[in-house]
Design a protein around this ligand. Structure first.
Ligand SMILES: [Zn+2]
Length: 80
């Protein structure tokens, strides 16, 4: 993750499933000051798990690494 100044560290998105707030997923070793800066982010450690999804527009099955995680505990939808 680099600081390019284009995105704000606290940017959130809405979950496409339930509409709850979703946070960015950050991978890799993270220093404590980075955790402070990204107060609204989910830290996934160094393991990047590929997940399968069916892209709604095309019906094609894709694999990818989730970039966003829904913060609703009953939903916890992850997407990219
Ligand atoms: Zn959700």
């Amino acid at each position: 993750m680099t600081k390019d100044g284009k995105t704000t560290s606290t940017a959130t998105r809405k979950c496409p499933v339930c509409g709850h707030e979703a946070w960015r997923v950050i991978y890799g070793m993270v220093m404590p000051d980075t955790r402070e800066e990204y107060s609204k982010a989910e830290f996934a450690g160094c393991v990047m798990m590929e997940e399968l999804r069916i892209y709604p527009a095309t019906g094609k099955v894709e694999t990818g690494v989730p970039k966003w995680a829904c913060q609703n505990p009953e939903c916890h939808h992850r997407w990219w």
